[in-house]
Write a protein that binds this ligand. Sequence first.
Ligand code: MN
Length: 192
Amino acid sequence: MIYELPTLPYEVNDLAPVISKETIEYHYGKHEKTYIDNLNKLIEGTPFAQKTIEEIIKEAEGPLFNNASQAWNHIFYFFTFSPEGRRAPQGELAEAIDRQWGNFENFQKEFEQAGVSLFGSGWVWLSKDREGKLVISKENNAGSPLTKGLIPLLTFDVWEHAYYIDYRNRRAEHLHKLWEIVDWSVVESRYL
Ligand code: MN
């Protein structure tokens, strides 16, 4: 199949000042488009052209893994945000977070710390394991919890291209501000 850049469910200036119009235009409009274009070129005429992107991520290595996984990660990341979403978890997911970390604030602190302490480029993730337990993990570069049998729920991008226009080198501030635009109704839909 041929992949296309999905249209975001909000306008390019809707997440400002947490994520500026300029960052969305570069990060989604240029970086993400390049990953998708590369993915299309790399699968053309190969058995991977018949597979789902999740299968490609689980089976491929090297440039194909990198481009497929980055394409998937960015769509997952940008579709978590909303200018008018629900800003805290509710129901079963909220209860699971409280069981695991005591309360929502402790979870947020640990998630931010995981992102701050990741060396180089990558992603910080909240996932659900096979037993339904929540787990925070760090992945370098294009890494994905899908390759470890986890079900991804939430991710923050800690590549410099995600924050350098708006926050310069202040990665911790970028991570802390992202909570203001997370729509927890989206995260919950991935959990249930
Ligand atoms: Mn990115």
